[in-house]
Design a protein around this ligand. Structure first.
Ligand code: BMX
Ligand code: ZN
Length: 345
């Protein structure tokens, strides 16, 4: 298999570091980020590779290669013994047993994988695994945009739409860890089919893949609007066309943000958060969506609930996943305490 490492970031001058350091790995539908992360959330070194599209064996192989590289780098940097390995991955994760139970087709074949035990067996470090956006919630709650807030909802707009909920200071896992798949909240039972099997999910409207798929559908129906290869269209093209003033792209994005607004109101009605943190690749590129979304949400729903919610952009951008993944080891191995909050369980 081709080994494409897209980015390597290396911070200089961290020899003889006294702070705790862990490996954090963020597995998304498009890319895997692995890094050496300090307890303060500083990423000392990181690698990014495109997520293998062949299936789980290849992804596990990629993880192995990346962890080996990180261990070599930790040795070179003369870091103290690592605290452990934390993984955040897209998919429905059995948090207590460390198993990837299932995943949508955003990651091929991503189901029934005892990933925690496999990584522990291979490397001998204590390992933790949770949903990718659940660990974003850890990074943002302990170190970032949600510090000091006890009732927070997190949404990430990327390949898919991921969600996490901090309720009364605790990360909501549900019965085994699958709670808060907020991207799969339907806003229209007659809406577009989602790759989770449901219909009209937020993800089908407003994720990167959702936006691209909607545009492809629109252009197949209206071929006079575009003379390129419809199959190659991405969400990036849609945003570009909208910024050039193309009406069909602007109205598609308007519909996507509208779906998101209705979904967000549902979420606020359910959880009564004081803060909504929004991140992910789409938000990193187009943070204006947050203000637009906030204005729409405030005009919908039960006023006492929707008016009292603040909206913030995730503080760690595309490093939130890798920082949060690593943070699991600091939190669960040392019982790091946040005032009034404990996330275990
Ligand atoms: C999907 C789902 C979620 C994930 C979210 C964001 C899978 C494989 N993924 O809704 O579990 O949190 O995407 O993932 O079931 P990303 O790929 O956009 O980072
Ligand atoms: Zn869905």
């Amino acid at each position: 298999m081709d080994r494409k490492v897209l980015v390597i970031k290396r911070l200089k001058g961290c020899g003889r570091m006294k702070r705790d350091v862990s490996i954090g790995i963020d597995i998304g539908g498009t890319k895997i980020v692995a890094g050496l992360v300090t307890v303060e959330g500083e990423v000392l070194y990181k690698q990014i590779v495109p997520t293998a599209t062949e299936g789980k064996e290849q992804i596990i192989f990629q993880l192995q290669q990346m962890i080996n590289d990180l261990l070599k780098e930790a040795h070179k940097l003369r870091l103290p013994t690592l605290k452990g390995i934390g993984i955040g991955t897209a998919g429905q994760i059995d948090f207590k047993n460390g198993i990837v139970r299932s995943g949508t087709s955003n990651i091929k074949d991503w189901n029934d994988i005892p990933l925690k035990h496999e990584i522990q067996r291979l490397f001998g470090f204590p390992t933790w695994i949770d949903n990718d956006v659940n660990v974003v919630a850890l990074a943002e709650s302990y170190l970032g945009a949600a510090k000091g807030y006890n009732n927070v909802v997190f949404l990430t707009l990327g390949t898919g739409i991921g969600g996490a909920v901090i309720q009364e200071g605790k990360l909501l896992h549900g019965e085994w860890g699958g709670a808060a798949e907020l991207g799969h909240m339907s806003v229209d039972r007659n809406g577009p089919a989602c790759n989770c099997g449901y219909k009209g999910c937020l993800e089908a409207y407003a994720s990167g893949t959702g936006i691209a798929n909607q545009m492809k559908r629109m252009l197949r129906k209206n071929p006079e609007l575009y003379d390129g290869q419809i199959e190659n269209i991405t969400a990036r093209d849609v945003f570009q066309w909208a910024s050039e003033g193309k009406q069909f792209a602007k109205s598609l994005l308007d519909k996507a943000i509208d779906a998101l607004a209705y979904g967000t109101v549902n979420i606020i009605h359910a959880f009564n958060p004081s803060l909504l943190v929004i991140g992910g690749g789409i938000i990193d590129q187009h943070s204006w969506i947050i203000t637009d979304l906030q204005n729409r949400v405030r005009s919908l729903g039960i006023s006492s609930l929707v008016q009292s919610v603040s909206f913030k952009k995730a503080a760690f951008g595309d490093e939130a996943g890798v920082i949060g993944a690593a943070y699991q080891s600091f939190l669960y191995s040392q019982n790091v305490q946040k005032e009034g909050a404990s996330n275990e369980g």
